[in-house]
Design a protein around this ligand. Structure first.
Ligand code: ME8
Length: 513
């Protein structure tokens, strides 16, 4: 129990509306990482959840004619349904309105105030409600929010607030960045953050005297700033300062997190403010922060406030969530923006999934039925199939969020198996009576497909399970890779059971949706 587990998190999403495909993206990436880790280490702890405080949510609740708590409660089922729809295996789901979280945030506030990292002051400045961010006058563009995706009007605030002494951590942050050039990825984001640190940090206001929706300032007026509240979820969820000893033990086991996955627009909060808060609390910084690029729609960031979003439920129903998971991680390197278009999903579905993978399984099983009486022949070696080091490469790529590289590596095996069929022409071997060569070819196909089901399981859990079933294997392809990915484990005599195509032709899928 004392053994460390791989701790991976997603951002906690604002429940100011319904989820869109951008939220599914980061969550799917974290899920693939958690599932892979469970097959390569022993344990993973995967946290996701919702960010429920802040002015934006209070305003949306008012518009909906509901109390903020009732408003967020009404939206939670949809956010949890997203996890089911995408086969997400999170170990925990934190809401910032959970008692465990509110208690932890107040405790953090008190500790930092006792230590002198939080002090009272007067806040006067510009606030963007959409981004829940304070901006100095010098950063505004034409008097508006400088975030190019927002550019909304900012409000002038003047109130007595509490401040976090962020400036005191400037040097330590700089030293940490310089000593660990990999701790924020991709490198472009690292460089942007480094530039912010080099230009000097100001202290930040971390309370809102005039707002009532949020976690009350202990022994004071108003509520704690939504970002200070939200960041702490990564430790309150796993039992930091919990009254429960078992929860505290979990914290000891899991902290520091291995990786926070985030979208690139919230890198400043996670790589500058968050480590400083943790250091103030006497805790270690997370081992890494990896930022994904944006899904765009007609070259603009997809966002709730712009309304240019793709519904993740509809798209999963149309193509299956396995195919959407595959598309999201195969289409572009993780740190890059890319356009989400239905045509692009259709292309990947038909080419990679239908033609390459689905047909490979289908052709193989048809031939095993025809030439081998529906049974896996006796084991032979892997000949020149590209399996050497494959599991190790995928196991290294996934924790670095190089999902695309991992899938390209796996696809080399898909391609090699298809090529083997085309070149060895089993139907001719059969005609010529070359049974040994024919059986060897069939074995390599079955065993190669077994490897594919195991390697693809983190990416496409339902489809790989279906491959596994059709291949005739017992239980599940979610197995420890060190034991499952040894060549020759497909047992002679296993009865295959060809079923419906893995990726049916789209007209059928659409009609059936
Ligand atoms: O920022 N492309 O919540 P949020 C890619 N509550 N990823 C996207 C995306 C897009 N178009 N749109 C959203 C918040 N995301 C805070 C976080 S964490 C302590 C608090 C993903 O609901 C991406 O991960 O605005 C992004 O960072 C996150 O959703 C923002 O979700």
């Amino acid at each position: 129990m004392s053994q460390r587990a791989f701790y991976v998190t997603t951002p906690i999403y604002y429940v100011s509306g319904n989820p869109h495909i951008g939220h599914a993206y980061t969550t799917v990436a974290a899920d693939v990482m958690a599932r892979t880790t469970r097959c390569t280490h022993e344990t993973a702890h995967f946290l996701t959840g919702t960010d429920e405080h802040g002015q934006k949510i209070a305003e949306n609740a008012r518009i909906a004619g509901l109390e903020p708590q009732a408003f967020v409660d009404s939206l939670i089922p949809r956010w949890k349904a997203l996890l089911d729809a995408y086969q997400i295996t999170n170990d925990d789901f934190i809401r910032t309105t959970d008692e465990r979280h509110e208690r932890g945030v107040q405790r953090a506030f008190e500790i930092l105030r006792e230590r002198g990292d939080i002090y009272p002051g007067k806040y006067e400045g510009w606030y963007c409600t959409n981004d829940e961010t304070f901006w100095p006058e010098s950063k505004l563009i034409d008097g508006r929010c400088p975030n190019q995706e927002c550019r909304r009007e900012v409000k002038w605030l003047s109130e007595d607030d509490w401040f976090f002494r962020l400036s005191a951590y400037n040097e330590r942050l700089l030293a940490h960045f310089k000593a660990h050039p990999q701790w924020v990825r991709p490198h472009r984001v690292y460089n942007e953050m480094l530039a912010i640190l080099e230009s000097g940090l100001d202290d930040i206001s971390i309370t809102r005297a005039t707002l009532s929706w949020g976690i009350p300032v202990p022994g004071g007026e108003g509520v704690i700033y939504v970002w200070f509240d939200a960041l702490l979820n990564y430790i309150t969820a796993i039992g930091w300062e919990s009254p429960d000893a078992a929860q505290r033990a979990l914290f000891e086991r899991l902290w520091p997190a291995n990786v926070h996955l985030i979208g690139k627009e919230i890198a400043r909060f996670h790589t500058i403010i968050w480590p400083a808060v943790l250091w103030g609390l006497g805790l270690a910084e997370p081992a890494g922060v990896i930022a994904n690029g944006w899904l765009t729609f007609n070259e603009e960031k997809m966002s709730k406030s712009k309304g240019n979003v793709v519904d993740p439920f509809e798209i999963a129903q149309r193509f299956t969530s396995d195919a959407v998971r595959y598309f999201l991680l195969r289409e572009a390197p993780f740190g890059q923006d890319f356009n989400f278009s239905e045509e692009a999903v259709v292309r990947r579905y038909q080419a990679d999934l239908g033609n390459d993978l689905g047909n490979l399984l289908n052709r193989t099983l048809t031939m095993v039925e025809k030439y081998c009486d529906g049974r896996v022949p006796a084991p032979v070696d892997a000949a020149n199939l590209p399996i050497n080091g494959l599991a190790e490469r995928v196991a290294a790529s996934v924790p670095a969020c190089d999902f695309r590289d991992a899938l390209e590596d796996i696809w080399q095996l898909v391609t090699a198996l298809n090529k083997m069929i085309d070149e060895s022409k089993p139907w001719e071997l059969r005609k010529r009576g070359e049974t040994t060569a024919l059986d060897a070819c069939m074995y390599r196909l079955c065993e190669g497909l077994r490897w594919l089901a195991v390697l693809l399981h983190p990416f496409m859990p339902a489809k790989s399970q279906e491959m596994w079933r059709q291949l005739g294997f017992a239980q599940t392809p979610a197995q420890p890779w060190t034991s499952a990915l040894r060549w020759g484990l497909a047992e002679e005599g296993t009865r295959v059971s060809k079923g419906v195509p893995l990726f049916p032709r789209l007209e059928t899928a659409v009609e059936g949706a």
